[in-house]
Design a protein. Structure first.
Length: 208
């Protein structure tokens, strides 16, 4: 697939922050579930192939987080959801198009690996040393684990403050010449992914 899936970067030294604001599963930055005390959805999306609208609940601090993050980095949506759903949600989340400016990748841009969908960050056409992916599914990061910031799943908890903890990390990464060394030391995702693969292989051998 062509590496220039999104518009060319206008500032070569700027950090690029890719993430799944509109995921295929109800996790990360918005949720299709709400806490028991919340009944009014933040957004509702009408899709032709569904009888009822999809009700979305924003992760707490989301709007403020996006505004602040946009000052630190170029924002990109990379979701494993279908394109129609993603673009509808993004148009409601960013009606003026100022935050994402059409920088949206969806399921068609994901790379199948066994039974999983990986997100190949090289498709963004940005320097990998300046690119950060936030995801709650480490399998999405398997092709470039040292670019990933893992985030806890979001299921509609109104007390969730995960986004607040992301901003200090982004500010730190903005000044890093290569974000991968810092993220590798902090999260060690590559080692965890390799450990998971070894564990599955050992389990398969025990069942032979």
């Amino acid at each position: 697939m062509n590496a220039s899936c999104i518009a060319p970067q206008t500032r070569s030294t700027r950090l690029t922050f890719a993430r799944c604001v509109v995921p295929s599963q109800p996790e990360r930055f918005m949720s299709t579930r709400s806490s028991p005390s919340v009944h009014v959805a933040d957004l509702e999306i009408e899709l032709a192939y569904l009888e009822r609208p999809v009700r979305l609940f924003k992760r707490p601090l989301l709007d403020d987080f996006l505004q602040e993050a946009s000052k630190l980095a170029e924002l990109v949506i990379f979701s494993a959801a279908v394109e129609g759903y993603v673009r509808e949600a993004v148009s409601m989340l960013d009606p003026g198009g100022h935050l994402f400016a059409g920088r949206v990748l969806t399921r068609t841009h994901c790379t199948p690996v066994d039974a999983m969908l990986a997100k190949d960050l090289s498709l963004l056409g940005r320097p990998l040393e300046r690119l950060v992916l936030v995801d709650d599914n480490v399998a999405s990061c398997m092709l470039q684990p040292d670019n990933c910031v893992p985030i806890r799943p979001f299921f509609g908890d109104r007390e969730d403050r995960e986004l607040g903890s992301l901003l200090p990390l982004l500010r730190r990464l903005r000044d890093e010449p290569d974000v991968r060394s810092h993220l590798r030391d902090t999260f060690q995702l590559q080692a965890k992914l390799l450990g998971g693969v070894r564990g599955m292989r050992d389990q398969d051998h025990r069942h032979l």
